[in-house]
Design a protein. Structure first.
Length: 659
């Protein structure tokens, strides 16, 4: 493990708007009270929140069981049902006729469903699953496009006590097969095709291919949602159309009451090496945190229209599309398309059309839209009526200060607080984030831990480091929404998240971080495996990327390392300019300007040795930069990794061209 040297840079502080503070769900006095309660009685703090927030079929009497640490258990003897907490509660509290989901398809078509209508859809599908023999404890893989049906499929599994494992619709047949086998899935729910950027893309055909690879004999049924009407092969009796399965089912389905620790879902995360890790989440603890963070971080109100742009294939789509918004009775937008189709104004048009008030997206999407706004000014957010917005959020990776400022000024019009949220698949929900009615924000900093989250920064031996010094981000105490284990591999869980090097009692987040000397705010500096050791100096890739993007010529940048005989590691930067990609002497001239810029911003040691220019960066369809591919390119290696999730595979050849 390596720590990161901190870098002092000039910052601006933004206080919460007074009108926002006056109406906020959580005010400073509440924040201080919650923190004090967590410090005084940690278990009691969580028990009180769980009793007040969740609807229990059987109340719990045991709060936290640490006897099997680090395999923690929360509220273990209580019983509930997650789908009941998301749907039935809204039929009982007056929200039955409230719009639950506004679905906008790739082509712009809009479908709206109320909580009552969604409840009946979920119940019909749940009964359909039961008719196929799917029961409590079975695993169901969901490989679907963004849709109401995908949300219903997840909720239906939760309703009958089956454990779902959603696989992002951009993964290859091989990746899907690996996940089906590892989860021991008995059923796959998919669609004929998905529509993306005006094009139909296969899903059922990929499922067929994955099952043909072998090892998936446990799969008895493939349920197919007819999304596009494209031609697909059918293998009866294994394959069934979803609409035919649910047509004759009752529209009510009693919930299966499950223990608090029952696995709600398994979600696989891909590492750079080794097989995917099946992150296992519980039912009660996970849902509790999804609801609390909706209320605390997003300040959700009954009148809000909430839009999280993530895909359900990632944890953000689980927590802040399928479960959190519905459990708090929100109206949310579910979006099938991409931010640049039919043009780069799609996000802003969608916000204006549906009067979105809380908007949550990724820094990579923001940076790409900054560039698009420069190329096509008519698609800039300033060309749309975004007056409905009152709160903005970011997720997925740290947001560089320059992108933060653009987001604040151009999208939020200078009056919307921004919640820069730090969390992971393993954490279940936000852990470090501003509270919009409480926290003064600093561009690029995720600020402070939420109440009950005991975050700290330590050195390689697990000892605390002083504020102002970089180190390893850890969580010192278990919390209800945390990962329970890696599915089928408890040893890997312990080794990955509670390593002996840190004493075996600290949750290892895998990120490097630094806390400000005065405010104690956290700033994420990059993954600890992305720390570069250049001539004995430890540099965070995120800091160098932020310095590059601070240059007025640069739209996006990604930094990786490669072995170097002289310095141990060399800094390699992949840069997307706001202008056309340069060649020849012009490229060399701009590269020198950028090296000098980084030297001025951080120091000469951080100057990139290699700079390569591209029209874009290799990104997944959800907008995440695939840095592992950039590492291979920087080292001159052949790319053998799975690239099936890439939105733009042709960019790889372009980025292989060195200056």
């Amino acid at each position: 493990m390596s720590t990161i040297e901190s870098v002092s840079r000039e910052t601006r502080v933004f206080d919460p708007p007074r009108d926002f503070v006056a109406q906020a769900n959580i005010k400073r006095a509440d924040f201080e009270r919650l923190n004090a309660a967590a410090t005084a009685d940690y278990a009691g703090f969580w028990a009180k929140l769980a009793r007040e927030t969740l609807l229990w079929h059987k109340p719990f009497t045991r709060i936290l069981d640490e006897s099997g640490a680090p395999f923690y258990k929360w509220f273990e003897d209580g019983q509930l049902n997650v789908s009941y907490n998301c749907l039935d509660r809204n039929l009982e509290n007056g929200n039955a006729n409230k719009i639950a989901i506004i679905f906008e398809a790739d082509d712009g078509a809009v479908t709206k469903v109320t909580y009552r209508e969604l409840y009946h859809r979920v119940c019909r599908l749940a009964n359909g699953l039961k008719s196929l023999g799917i029961k409590f404890g079975d695993r169901v893989v969901i490989y679907m496009p963004m849709s109401i049906e995908a949300v219903a499929a997840m909720q239906a599994c939760a309703r009958i006590g089956a454990t779902h494992s959603v696989v992002f619709g951009g993964f290859s047949a091989k990746s899907l097969q690996e996940r089906i086998i590892d989860a021991g899935a008995v059923t796959v729910i998919t669609a004929d095709e998905q529509a993306r950027g005006g094009k139909p893309l296969p899903l059922k055909a990929i499922v067929d291919e994955s099952l043909a690879l072998g090892g998936c004999e446990a799969v008895r049924h493939v349920i197919v949602y007819k999304r596009t009407g494209g031609n697909v092969s059918f293998s009866a009796p294994r394959d069934l159309w979803m609409h035919e399965l649910v047509a004759k089912q009752a529209d009510t389905c009693p919930p299966e009451w499950v223990g608090a620790e029952h696995p709600l879902f398994i979600l696989y995360t891909s590492g750079s090496t080794g097989r995917p890790k099946g992150v296992q989440h519980s039912s009660a603890g996970y849902l509790l945190w999804a609801m609390l963070t909706m209320r605390w971080v997003f300040d959700i109100k009954p009148s809000d229209v909430f839009w999280c742009t993530a895909d359900i294939g990632w944890v953000t789509g689980h927590t802040y599309i399928t479960y959190g918004p519905l459990a708090v009775g929100a109206t949310e937008v579910v979006f099938e398309g991409i931010p640049t189709y039919p043009d780069a104004g799609r996000f802003w048009q969608t916000i204006a059309k549906h009067k979105v008030s809380v908007f949550y997206t990724a820094p990579t999407a923001i940076r790409s839209l900054i560039k698009a706004s420069g190329v096509s000014p008519q698609c800039a957010p300033t060309q749309y009526d975004l007056s409905s917005l009152r709160l903005l959020g970011t997720v997925g990776e740290p947001i560089n200060p320059e992108a933060w400022m653009w987001y604040h000024q151009n999208v939020g019009r200078g009056h919307c607080p921004i919640v820069d949220t730090w969390w992971q698949t393993e954490t279940g929900g936000h852990l470090i984030s501003p509270l919009p009615g409480v926290t003064s924000t600093v561009p690029g900093s995720c600020t402070l831990p939420l109440p009950g989250i005991m975050a700290a920064i330590v050195d390689e031996t697990g000892h605390d480091v002083a504020n102002g010094h970089g180190g390893i981000l850890v969580i010192k105490r278990p919390w209800p929404a945390m990962i329970r284990t890696i599915w089928g591999d408890p040893e890997r869980y312990v080794k990955s998240y509670y390593p002996d090097e840190l004493g075996g009692k600290l949750y290892l987040a895998g990120d490097g971080s630094v806390r400000d000397k005065e405010t104690a705010y956290f700033t994420i500096m990059g993954r600890i495996d992305d720390v570069l050791n250049v001539s004995g100096h430890r540099l965070g890739t995120m800091e160098i990327e932020s310095a590059l993007v601070a240059n007025s010529m640069v739209a996006e940048a990604a930094v990786v390392g490669r072995p170097d005989d002289m310095t141990g590691e060399a800094v390699c930067a992949f840069v997307v300019l706001k202008q056309a990609r340069p060649n020849g002497s012009e490229a060399e001239k701009i590269a020198k300007q950028l090296r000098d810029w980084v030297g001025k911003e951080i120091g000469p040691i951080a100057k990139p040795k290699d700079i390569r220019f591209g029209d874009n960066l290799p990104k997944t369809r959800s907008g995440k930069i695939m840095r592992r591919l950039l590492r291979s390119i920087a080292k001159g290696e052949d790319i053998t990794q799975d690239v099936s999730t890439l939105e733009n595979p042709a960019i790889l050849e372009q980025l292989k061209q060195a200056l």
